[in-house]
Ligand binder design. Structure first.
Ligand SMILES: [Cu+2]
Length: 275
């Protein structure tokens, strides 16, 4: 009994806690930190959930009704009827109407996600087997982001979600993300921002979000990409404008070697190509 009560309480607490990463016993979505995600959560909670509950209750009622009303003892001579035009029209039309009711707000959100406003910061996420690489094309910053192994985790770093180099972005700015991959399909997904896009080799997908709260947000690769698919998390740190500027200065120094490495690599490739 105690155990059941504990589980019940954990569910209640988990759903109310501020979450930008998955929580034990979580129900529903992670807390929204962008307008897009708020739209998605509203769409789910106010429209989809009532429809799902309504249909489930209705079907359950029909099943119970059929079991009781038409049981062998109460209904010894079963009807031989196989068609009923009115019922058939209804069970085609009503689901169609439900779909239309769902489609309109759903498309509205999809189009809103698809129209990218003027970007304040552009970042590029590149999926590799099995880590993410990030670039700030306007700032000349390039770095890789690897998951932190269990043994190296520090306090407050969630297992399987924390990375060594986070993507750092300023709060309340439009962030445009260019997403691609270098080997196989990956997907860059961040639940709190309502963002999920496939990373396709040879193709650049775009998405955007506007983070509304300072904090650390966790996501994961969401396209099965091989044996270590579960070990290429995404960590995004949303900071204030000033902190972001400081970080840019710091990052340019810290990751300068990566750029030099890439440039020498490019030169070597060019040299090889000439030969
Ligand atoms: Cu993956």
């Amino acid at each position: 009994m105690k155990k059941i009560l504990f589980i019940f309480l954990s569910i209640l607490v988990a759903t109310n806690a501020h979450a930008n990463q998955p929580k034990d016993w979580q129900l529903g979505f992670q807390k929204a930190a962008s307008e897009t995600m708020r739209d998605i959560v509203n769409f789910h909670d106010k429209l989809l959930l009532p429809i799902i509950i309504g249909i489930s209750v209705f079907v359950l009622f029909l099943m119970i009704y059929a079991c009781v009303r038409f049981r062998a003892s109460a209904n010894p001579v079963p009807s031989k009827r196989t068609h009923n035009v009115a019922v058939e029209v209804l069970w085609t039309l009503i689901p169609c109407l439900i779909l239309i009711v769902m489609a309109v707000p759903s498309f509205k959100i999809l189009y809103k996600q698809d129209t990218i406003p003027k970007a304040d910061v552009t970042v590029k996420a590149i999926g590799y087997q099995w880590y993410w690489g990030y670039e700030y094309p306007d700032e000349n910053i390039i770095f890789d982001s690897y998951m932190i192994e269990d043994k190296d985790l520090k306090e407050n770093q969630p297992r399987l979600l924390a990375v060594d180099n986070e993507l750092v972005i300023p709060v309340n700015k439009v962030i445009k993300v260019l997403i691609t991959a270098n080997d196989v399909l990956h997907a860059w997904a961040l639940p709190s921002f309502g963002v999920k896009r496939d990373a396709v080799p040879g193709r650049i997908n775009e998405t955007w979000f506007k983070p509304e709260k300072i904090g650390t947000y966790y996501g994961q690769c969401s396209e099965l990409c091989g044996i270590k698919h579960a070990f290429m998390p995404i960590t995004v740190k949303v900071v204030s404008e000033e902190e972001y500027k400081d970080w840019l200065i710091e990052a340019k120094e810290k990751f300068a070697k990566d750029i030099i490495d890439i440039k020498t690599e490019e030169k070597q490739l060019k040299r090889l190509a000439k030969k």
